[in-house]
Design a protein around this ligand. Structure first.
Ligand code: SF4
Length: 208
């Protein structure tokens, strides 16, 4: 089984829960470095490593550099064709990571968006051909927040600065009035109809 994180508050809480049950064994969590992560996200990864002895992060991100992407696809692909950019930097690396895996665990929740409202705790992911396990499927953001506070779980400091959901630097914006305990996908691909990167769902709300 492969556990992945995008370093959202939900992912940090899931790591906390898994670490509690790891009983001293190493806990391996994969992530995708798109080469466009915020410095605060890299800092969070290091804070999580310090908080949880035995936690091992493995970068399964794409090797294609931003410069190589520009040579192959032109400048600022994330503006001209964000679906292709996400396919190159997120979906295909995840496909490589999950090839040969039987199961995939993530921290997505139903109430994160309309597109995610049918998430199952355990289901089948047709896109990657694996059993998908979402332990937090039925959780509210309040529960996630309360768990993070009660357990002292590190989370991205950008949540305190008006970013309710955090992805790549090019495609994540501050949402005025956003509260750290409230989740929204506003601010992701702002000004477009895109709301999902394609790892979990299509933007239109149709499960992949
Ligand atoms: S979120 Fe933006 S920069 Fe990141 S892979 Fe997708 S389109 Fe590219």
């Amino acid at each position: 089984m492969i556990v992945t994180t995008g370093f959202g508050m939900e992912g940090c809480v899931l790591i906390d829960m898994l670490w509690e049950q790891s009983d001293g064994r190493d806990l391996v969590v994969h992530y995708l470095d798109t080469h466009f992560l915020f410095p605060e996200t890299h800092a969070l990864r290091r804070r999580l490593e310090l908080r949880y002895p035995g936690l091992v992060f493995v970068n399964a991100g794409v090797s294609l550099t931003p410069e190589q992407q520009e040579q192959q696809h032109g400048p600022r692909l994330w503006e001209r064709n964000p679906d292709l950019c996400c396919a190159i930097r997120k979906v295909e690396p995840m496909r490589n990571l999950l090839s040969g895996a039987e199961a995939w665990m993530t921290a997505v929740r139903r109430s994160q968006s309309a597109a995610r409202s049918n998430i199952q705790t355990v289901g089948w992911d047709a896109q990657f051909g694996v059993i998908k396990i979402n332990p937090l499927a039925s959780w509210s953001r309040e529960q996630v927040w309360e768990h993070a506070i009660a357990r002292g779980v590190p989370y991205n400091e950008l949540h305190e600065k008006g970013y309710p959901s955090i992805g790549c630097t090019h495609c994540t914006r501050i949402v005025p009035g956003a509260k750290v305990a409230a989740y929204s996908r506003e601010g992701r691909w702002a000004g477009t109809t895109k709301t999902e990167c394609g790892l979990h769902f299509k933007s239109a709300g149709e499960g992949i």
